[in-house]
Structure formats: structure tokens, C-alpha cells
Design a protein around this ligand. Structure first.
Ligand SMILES: *[C@@H]1O[C@H](CO)[C@@H](O)[C@H](O)[C@H]1NC(C)=O
Ligand SMILES: *[C@@H]1O[C@H](CO)[C@@H](O)[C@H](O)[C@H]1NC(C)=O
Ligand SMILES: *[C@@H]1O[C@H](CO)[C@@H](O)[C@H](O)[C@H]1NC(C)=O
Ligand SMILES: *[C@@H]1O[C@H](CO)[C@@H](O)[C@H](O)[C@H]1NC(C)=O
Ligand SMILES: *[C@@H]1O[C@H](CO)[C@@H](O)[C@H](O)[C@H]1NC(C)=O
Length: 403
């Protein structure tokens, strides 16, 4: 894991010497630096194996030194694959679990800065509801850590994605027992919901998964097989997974992209010129199964410009920016410098937007604690997922860029 200097160091307490190589000021019990500059990791002795869905540190290995490295990674909060990661996260960052909740999906986090609250949803009571349908929504008071279950007016089924902007939570839903998926706004103070759009030229959607907003208030939505796979509504799947653009001024809607796999997390670069979408096609629906040969890519596209030089809702230059080192990415968001924070498997990865290199991972404990989606503050973020809610604070990088 690390530096050549470290390789010269003796083993300390059975743990390989990589701990000594993290930069001064960084806590060695919180950090791991994983690099193939260490011959032990570049050419692993003995037997090793893992599936694409397992974390690297959960690999089966026979070499005890590699096993020790993996133990250390599993107890770390931050795993650097690239020296830049130290500078992105900084020495003072910490990960704290705010709420211990069941090992089932928690999703759609929205950080309401003015009232210091975090909105998110849970896929039903512990164990989930039988049919996957849920109307469990929470507001977490971030000052007191008081968690309150809420009901919107009118009630909202199956919220799956959320972005907070200008006093409203902008949400998308999977649809419900007798309704299609829709785009809506919820006022966090009154909990009043207003539905903005529920059809594509009078045709239902499959089931919305996530949402992004640009600086002009236009929406980017992923329509996914995930909710359809759980039969959350009676409308079947009218199309392949699709990415939509919705003009926030007049609600005019346009298809941007079609995915062979599945459309999940979505986010824009801070300048609005690049779109990123997480493909979760490896998680198949009807029948439900995880297919290690299926898509797990993070796709990037640029927006075309009109003959007058204006950005237009037309995607060009599709490329595979990254494929998750483990599992697949669910919720994704960009920082003010354009780094992509991507939740999936046991980690939130940080990805360079130009090269696609994974700079490092933020961990929340493993053992079933799995990040699903994230909400960004200025130098802090909240992670929701299987097992609860986590707060990562004192991050050096400025994250939010929407104000
Ligand atoms: C490696 O893991 C895969 C996936 O579980 C399995 O099919 C394969 O048999 C394993 N191979 C070895 C040598 O353990
Ligand atoms: C790792 O080892 C466990 C226990 O022997 C086994 O169940 C699992 O299939 C192995 N995984 C891989 C990828 O080889
Ligand atoms: C970390 O905290 C120390 C002590 O409060 C402070 O001096 C330093 O500037 C902080 N570093 C960063 C990168 O925020
Ligand atoms: C938590 O919030 C609920 C709803 O607002 C309130 O009834 C309750 O008193 C609060 N509990 C604490 C400990 O603040
Ligand atoms: C959205 O619609 C408004 C009002 O018609 C128009 O002025 C604006 O250019 C549209 N934006 C985009 C990105 O198409």
C-alpha cells in the first residue's frame, strides 16, 4: 500500500507497514493508502478471489499480510488510491453514524440548509414492506439528531430521488398502487406537495429513480426498471430505461438518452456542461438477480451547443468514465471542483471527472452498512443507505455549488 519507504519498515503488531506512509497529520487508524507500488498488492502471493459485487477488502486471500491490510481497510474511514485524495478530504475529516437503522434501502436525501434538516425515505418498516411499496419519509433535525417520521399533504408514495433548491424539495417517485411515477415539489416547512409532471405526452413512465437540477431550474431525471421490478405500480415498463430533460419553466419534456442497462444516479458538472449517469443494469428485474456480466458503468456525456453557442438538451460524446471497483454506483453528486462523489457497495467513491480515476473511497463500516445516496453541504455530506445515516464532516474540498 504505499510508499517504497513503507516497504522497508518492519511489520508492526502484525499489520503491514503501510500505515507509516500516510502523510503527516492524517490519522493512521482512520486512513489507508492502497497502491500497487507495494509489490505485495501488485502481485498477491497465494490464492485470492472476489466477485465484482464484493469490496476489495472483502476478497478471499490466503496471504496473512494481505489479510492484515484488508482488516485495516475495513476499519478505516478513508481509503486513498491516489495521493490527491488526501488533499480532497483533508486531515480533519471524520465519519460518524448519526442514525442506526435497518439494513434496507434509505434513499432520496435532501439537505435543507435553512432549517438544518435532512429529508430521506425508508423502504418501509424494518425488513421492508412485502410489496416494496413505501410511504416512509423522515426529517432528521441535524442540530438535535431527532428523527421524525412525516407525511406529506397529500401523502406521497415511493419517493426515490430528491434535490433541495430554493425552499423546495424537488422529488421524483416510482409511482404507486394507482398512479404513475411523477416529478413534484414538497415544501419542507408545510410538507405540502405539488405534482409538476406525471406523463410523457400522455404516456406513463417506468419508475423514476433520481433527479438533478441545473442552475436555470431545469430537471434531469432517470426513469428506471428498479421500481417497476418491484411492481410498485400497475403500468408495466413502457420503454427502456431513459434519461429525460424537463424544462423547469414550461415543463416541456425531451428524451436525452436510452440505456441498455438501467438508469440510476444522475448529476451534472458544476458548469452544467457534462452529465453523468450511473448504470445499474447488473441488478436485473423480473426476474430479480444480480448479474456480474451486467452494466455497472458511470457514463458521461457532454451537451451539444446550438449554432448560437447556447447549451441545448442534446447529448454528445458518450464515454465510460468509470466502472465501480466494487458493486455499482447508485446516488452520485459533483463537488464544487467537479469531483464526482458516488455511493455504491460499501463506499462512497471520489472520481476524477476528466480521467475517471477513482481517487479514493469513504467507508461507513462495511458489514452490511452500504451507502445508497448522498446529500452535500459546504464541507460536509450526509450518506443514507442500508444501516442508517452517516455524517462526514470537516472535508477540505468545498462540496455544494448550488447556492
Ligand atoms: C472465484 O469466484 C467466482 C465467483 O464466486 C467463482 O465462480 C469461482 O469458482 C472462484 N474461483 C476460485 C478459484 O475460487
Ligand atoms: C470466499 O470464501 C467464502 C467462504 O469459503 C465462499 O463462500 C465464497 O464463495 C468465496 N468467494 C469467492 C469470490 O471466492
Ligand atoms: C485541521 O484542523 C487544524 C486544527 O484545528 C487546523 O489548524 C487546520 O487548518 C485544519 N486543516 C484543514 C485542511 O482544514
Ligand atoms: C422530536 O421531534 C418531534 C416532532 O417534531 C417532537 O414531537 C419531539 O418532541 C422531538 N423530540 C426531541 C427529543 O426533541
Ligand atoms: C425553457 O423554456 C423557456 C420558456 O419557453 C425558454 O426561454 C428556455 O430557453 C428553455 N430552456 C431550454 C434549456 O430549453
Amino acid at each position: 500500500m504505499v510508499s517504497k519507504a513503507a516497504c522497508l519498515l518492519p511489520l508492526v503488531g502484525g499489520v503491514f507497514g503501510q500505515l507509516d506512509a500516510i502523510p503527516k497529520g492524517f490519522q493512521s487508524d482512520q486512513w489507508a493508502w492502497v497502491s500497487n507500488e507495494d509489490p505485495l498488492l501488485a502481485a498477491i502471493p497465494g490464492a485470492f478471489n472476489r466477485t465484482v459485487f464484493d469490496a476489495p477488502s472483502a476478497a478471499n486471500v490466503t496471504d496473512q499480510r494481505v489479510a492484515s491490510v484488508n482488516d485495516h481497510i475495513q476499519q478505516s474511514s478513508f481509503v486513498a488510491y491516489d495521493q490527491r485524495f488526501f488533499d480532497v478530504i483533508g486531515p480533519n475529516a471524520t465519519v460518524e453514524q448519526l442514525q442506526v437503522l435497518p439494513f434496507q434501502v434509505h434513499e432520496a436525501p435532501c439537505y435543507v440548509k435553512e432549517s438544518s434538516q435532512l429529508f430521506f425515505v425508508e423502504w418501509g418498516p424494518p425488513g421492508g414492506s412485502e410489496n416494496g411499496r413505501h410511504d416512509w419519509q423522515y426529517l432528521l433535525d441535524l442540530k438535535t439528531n431527532n428523527l421524525t417520521r412525516i407525511k406529506t399533504d397529500p401523502p406521497t408514495w415511493n419517493v426515490h430521488g430528491c434535490v433541495y433548491r430554493d425552499g423546495n424539495m424537488h422529488v421524483v417517485t416510482d409511482g404507486g398502487p394507482d398512479e404513475t411515477g411523477y416529478l413534484a415539489i414538497i415544501d419542507p416547512a408545510t410538507l405540502k406537495r405539488t405534482t409538476l409532471l406525471n406523463n410523457y405526452f400522455e404516456r406513463p413512465f417506468i419508475s423514476f429513480n433520481d433527479i438533478e437540477l441545473d442552475h436555470e431550474g431545469n430537471y434531469y431525471l432517470t426513469d428506471s426498471r428498479s421500481g417497476f421490478g418491484r411492481s410498485l405500480h400497475p403500468f408495466n415498463a413502457p420503454t427502456q430505461p431513459t434519461v429525460y430533460f424537463v424544462n423547469g419553466t414550461n415543463m416541456r419534456i425531451k428524451e436525452l438518452a436510452m440505456l441498455e442497462g438501467n438508469a440510476n444516479g444522475i448529476t451534472l458538472s458544476p458548469d452544467g456542461k457534462t452529465l453523468y449517469v450511473a448504470d445499474t443494469g447488473a441488478s436485473e428485474s423480473k426476474p430479480a438477480r444480480r448479474n456480474d456480466q451486467g452494466p455497472r458503468e458511470m457514463w458521461a456525456w457532454d451537451f451539444a451547443t446550438s449554432s448560437h453557442g447556447a447549451k441545448i438538451p442534446l447529448l454528445v460524446n458518450q464515454r465510460m468514465l468509470s466502472r465501480a471497483i466494487e458493486y455499482f454506483y447508485d446516488g452520485i453528486r459533483t463537488s464544487s471542483n467537479g469531483l464526482i462523489f458516488a455511493a455504491g457497495g460499501e463506499v462512497v467513491d471520489v472520481i476524477d471527472p476528466e480521467s475517471g480515476w477513482t481517487l479514493g473511497s469513504i467507508r461507513v463500516g462495511g458489514n452490511g452498512n452500504d451507502p445508497v445516496n448522498i446529500a452535500l453541504g459546504d464541507h460536509e455530506m450526509w450518506i443514507v443507505g442500508k444501516g442508517g445515516v452517516w455524517h462526514v464532516k470537516n472535508i477540505k474540498e468545498r462540496l455544494s455549488h448550488t447556492e
